[in-house]
Design a protein around this ligand. Structure first.
Ligand SMILES: Cc1cc2nc3c(=O)[nH]c(=O)nc-3n(C[C@H](O)[C@H](O)[C@H](O)COP(=O)(O)O)c2cc1C
Length: 228
């Protein structure tokens, strides 16, 4: 296989390098810093009941910039974040999503899947797509006329979404990680080309007054970590 750039026998040029400048954390502070971040993240919850309170200026942009700092396979950065704030567009999104979800809950979902969802109390209704002041639709960007082939696309986009959720939470905002099934209708609602594949629908906002969340438990460290 030709692994050159086609012009010489040399492999493609490596990037020049720059000094790495990580934040300086004294070793004796590291545990406290890690714990403080844990304590912040442990309070993130998926919210399904939003208020219409507007978002402070600039937060969505910082959150998307943060997501876009994520590592990605071969640094292709295969993500697109479509930010919907226009009420008319969000009404279209809700209408299309609820049509798909009615099919999903009524016909397509297996009994096993419905049983797993039952304790969360979710159904075909998606009012949060209109009540939350913003919805971020995240697309995987695949090979297309102007975009290269990505590698480890799902993994890369998943990490970026993790950073997005963490940044919004840190800014005091609530999110819902929503994955309608199937999702192709989102290309039309968001005016995106076919090489962009929808992956997540993330309403963002402040929780409604008195919002409640399922009383779920997270696994203990001993259940998720193996030390060898
Ligand atoms: C990939 C993924 C897809 C999800 N899809 C949905 C969804 O379509 N609808 C929904 O209400 N919640 C969805 N959730 C939220 C989960 O139900 C929620 O994260 C889980 O119950 C744990 O609750 P917590 O986020 O409050 O810790 C999804 C979460 C993930 C990570």
């Amino acid at each position: 296989m030709d692994r050159t750039n086609g012009l010489t026998d040399e492999p493609p040029a490596a990037y020049p390098t720059v000094p790495h400048r990580p934040p300086h954390v004294p070793a004796e502070e590291a545990g406290n810093r890690a714990r403080a971040f844990h304590d912040l993240m442990a309070r993130r919850r998926t919210v399904r009941d939003f208020s219409a309170r507007p978002l402070p200026d600039g937060v969505l942009e910082w959150a998307v910039r943060t997501a876009a700092t994520a590592p990605s396979g071969a640094n292709v950065q295969p993500w697109r974040f479509v930010v919907l704030t226009d009420p008319e567009r969000r009404a279209r999104l809700r209408e299309a999503a609820e049509a798909e979800e009615r099919e999903f809950y009524g016909r397509r979902a297996s009994d096993e899947w419905l049983a797993a969802l039952a304790p969360l109390g979710t159904d075909w209704r998606k009012p949060f797509l209109e009540t939350a002041p913003a919805v971020i639709v995240v697309f995987e960007v695949h090979k297309g006329p102007g975009t290269p082939r990505p590698y480890y696309t799902k993994e890369s986009v998943g990490i970026a979404v993790g950073l997005l959720l963490a940044c919004l939470h840190q800014a005091g905002l609530a999110t819902l990680t929503h994955t309608p099934s199937p999702m192709r209708f989102l290309n039309e609602v968001c005016d995106r080309p076919p090489e962009e594949r929808p992956a997540y629908v993330i309403p963002v906002g402040y929780p409604a007054d008195g919002a409640r969340v399922p009383d779920i438990r997270r696994k203990d460290l001993e259940q998720v970590m193996v030390r060898l």
